[in-house]
Design a protein around this ligand. Sequence first.
Ligand SMILES: Cc1cc2nc3c(=O)[nH]c(=O)nc-3n(C[C@H](O)[C@H](O)[C@H](O)COP(=O)(O)OP(=O)(O)OC[C@H]3O[C@@H](n4cnc5c(N)ncnc54)[C@H](O)[C@@H]3O)c2cc1C
Length: 437
Amino acid sequence: MRTAAKLFAAISLAVVTWLWQRGLATAPGGLAAAGRLAALWSTDLLLLQVLLLARIPWVERAFGRDVLGRWHRWTGGGSFVLLVAHVGLALVAYAERSGTNPVRQLWTFLESYPGMWTALHGFAALTLVVVTSMRFVRRRMRYETWHLLHLYAYAGIALAVPHELWLGSDFDTRAAKAFWWPMYAAAALSTVVFRLGLPVWRTLRHRLTVDRVVEEAPGLVSVYLRGRSLDRLPARAGQYFVWRFLDGHGVLHGKPFSLSGPPSRNRLRITVKVIGAGTLRVAALRPGTRVLIEGPYGRMTKDTYSGGPVTMFACGVGVTPLLALLWDLPYGQGKATLVYRTRHPHDVAFLPELEWLARDRGVRLVPLVGPRASAGSWLPVGYGDYDDLAALRSLAPDLADHDVYVCGPDPWTEAVLRAARRVGVPGPRLHRERFAW
Ligand SMILES: Cc1cc2nc3c(=O)[nH]c(=O)nc-3n(C[C@H](O)[C@H](O)[C@H](O)COP(=O)(O)OP(=O)(O)OC[C@H]3O[C@@H](n4cnc5c(N)ncnc54)[C@H](O)[C@@H]3O)c2cc1C
C-alpha cells in the first residue's frame, strides 16, 4: 500500500513534468520555465497532502497517523520550498526581461496581472502555517492556537490557486485540464465529504450523549456514552475519536481520546486524565450532554494481531486503548501480559477489570510503580541490576515471538520500543498509539 501511494505521487509528479515540457515551445524559457515547474510541483504536492489528510477512512486504515503525519511534514515542507523557489525565480526572470529589479517586478505583477493579490495573500497564509509548524515555534504554542493557524493552509491553497488557472500557460491545454481538474476535485471533495460530511452524518445518526462520569483514580475519569445503533459505527477496540462535547463552551476544538473498552451496541467508554482546561471540562460533564464525534481513527486494532502471545506496555493513561484491546484480542488462556507503569500505587486504575481478565483469561499483570529509574529508561527505580534489556528478557524470554503493544508518554514509549527492537521483536509486531501531536 505504501509503495502504491509513493508510486501514485511519483507518477503525478512525472505527469506534471511532462505537461510542463510540452508547453516549453510556446512559453518563456530559462529561469521563468524553471519557476513554472517549481510552481507545478509545489501545487501537486499541496494537493497530494490535502488528499493524505482528508481523513479518507481507507487511507487512515492503511497508513495510520504516524506515517501520514511524517508524509505530511515532507510533502508540506517540500511544497513550500518549491513555492518560495517559484516566487524567487519568476521575479528574477521577469525583472531581467523588463530590465528592472525584482521588487519593482513584484509590484508590476500585483498591479497588472489578475489573481496576484490573492496569490500573495495565499503565500502569506502558507508561510504562516509553515513557520508555526516548525518544532521550536510549535512547542511554544497551545495546541488550539496551532491548530487554528494550521487551518489557514486551506485558505492559502484556495487563494494561491486562481492565479495559476487565470495566467498559467501550463493549465490551458486539454491534457493539463484532464490532469489538474480531477486532482483539484478529488482534494476538495474528499475534504468536504470525509472531514465534514462523514462526522456530521455519524453524529446525527448515532446521537451520542454522556450517560455518566465515573472517577477511576485521582485525576482520572471515565465517561460512559450512550447512543443509537452503535454496532453500525465502525469503531474497534484500540481506536480513538475526536470528541466535541456540547457543554456550552464552544465546539471548535475537538479532543482525541481512545476508547477504554470495546464498543458495544449502545455504549462507548473513554477514560481521560485531567491535565488542562479541556480535560477538566470533560471531568465536569453532566449526563445528557450531546456529543459530536469525528472518527473512529487509529490502526492499533485486532487487525494488527498475528495470533500468538501478546505483551502490552502501558504507562499512566496510556492503559486506555490497551485495556480495550485486552478485552478484544483473541489470545489464548494465559498468553497475554500487561506491564502497567504508574508513578504512585493509587494511580493504578481499572483494578476490578484487570483482576477479572487475570482470573478469566489468564492475563499476567506486571505493575511497575515508582518514579522513573533514569532519563531514557522505561523502568521505575528499585529494579537493582536490571537494565531496560535485561528487564525485558526476564519478563518474556521469547518476546521476539510476541505481538508487542505500547502506549504512554513519547520518551517512555521510545525506550520500550528501543529495548524491544534490541531483543529482536520485528517491526511489524511492534504496535503503538501516540497520545501526542
Ligand atoms: C490519538 C490520541 C489519543 C489520546 N487518547 C487519550 C485518552 O484515551 N485519554 C487521555 O486522557 N488522553 C488521551 N490523549 C491525550 C489528550 O488528547 C490530551 O491530553 C488532551 O487533549 C489535553 O487537553 P487539555 O485541554 O486538558 O490540556 P491542554 O492544557 O490543552 O494540553 C495539555 C497537553 O495535551 C496536548 N493536547 C491538547 N489538545 C490536544 C489535541 N487536540 N490533540 C493532541 N494533543 C493535545 C497539548 O499539546 C499539551 O501537551 C490522546 C491523544 C491522542 C493524540
